[in-house]
Design a protein around this ligand. Sequence first.
Ligand SMILES: [Zn+2]
Length: 440
Amino acid sequence: MSSLGETPVGDPRERVLLQGLRLIDGTGRDPVSDAALLIEGPVIRWAGPALLLPPGLGPARLLDLGGRTVCPGFIDTHVHFALPGPAGDPLQGLFELPSYRTLKVLERMRVTLENGVTTARDLMGVDAGFRRAVAERKVPGPRLLVSVTMLSQRAGHADFTLAGGIDGLAVAVTFPGSPPSLVGSVDDMRARVRDLVAAGADCVKIATSGGVSSPHDQPEWLGLRPEMIRAAVEEAAAYGGLPVAAHAIGRPGIEAAVRAGVTSIEHGYALDDELRAEMVERGQYLVPTLLETTQDLDPARTSPTAYEKGVRWHRIAQESVARSASAGVRIAMGTDSGLAVGHGSNLRELGLLVDIAGLTPMEAIVAATSEAARLCGVDDITGTLEAGKAADLVVTDADPLTGIAALGDPARILAVVKEGRIAVDRAGVLGEGVLPALCP
Ligand SMILES: [Zn+2]
């Protein structure tokens, strides 16, 4: 490996030195108040205190950020771009053409990126084609990781079969060509996971408990037999080492998922001390999706059963999450955006991780950057502002360490850069033409 001093001098037009900034690098280290950050094309070449900037890095264009704070681009490990958020019914896609649904997804991805999320893991809905279009910069959006669909038993959380027999998930949520979501046996599960591998999934989403929004089940119920969960974990490990994300709300579903060795528990509302200790022991993540639990439920727009389920489980969630965090369970930020949470409000979760889960602001930032990247298996690419990582960053005029909730206000996200390209520059802080636009 060549040292920085030996880095060949490249084209200075491709090299931008950001200076006059306060650096929060996502590792959890103390902020650096007079920092510099050298971006070369899509990658960070150097980051640290300006005084330590090594000589011999070659010429670069200069950009002074006037003391503003720079954080890594944030990572939301649990979104649903195919769902409309509070603006609509999750099954409204029953009445829409797939082409129209696709165009709405593009709008949701754009607003999510512009509000500070540079990587998003979609846990049911969009397929690998969306990921490809974003990666090729055909459309603006966060770097995408997709589970494509979600797997459960018949009458489990992935079963949105309507009274008339229509498969609501397949028609209204996933896209044509996506593999089926219902699993009847262990062999079935193995086949479904391989379907997902073939469909280019980055992770496997299973529902090991019932859900709040699903029509046929209760959160207390097991959504998959434990032997099926074990089969999913085994197949995902054998075919590409994919992380397994388990939707798990009630205790039986959490217990079965934890013991089968899933990578993350999504929601995890009914966690108790015994299971928390097992998660710590196994290094499993909790994605608490607190934003979803703080949305006002509208009895006029929800069925009476779903309304009651929502009120009860959201209370349990908020009572349990601080105990999970203080027990040392690893936490990664996820929001369930698309369900009751509106797309683009993702970073409001940071304030809740502090106010409800009891994390420090720095811990909340770590949960939404380096820890989220580790959970998703992309920590070699993103999650911290360090040499060799993608130049994914957020510029804010807020001080996240004294008022982290400000990051949930889009007006305070002055600029977002993804892979060295400007996704948005609300206040003109990135100058004219210094960095290229993400999608020219
Ligand atoms: Zn979800």
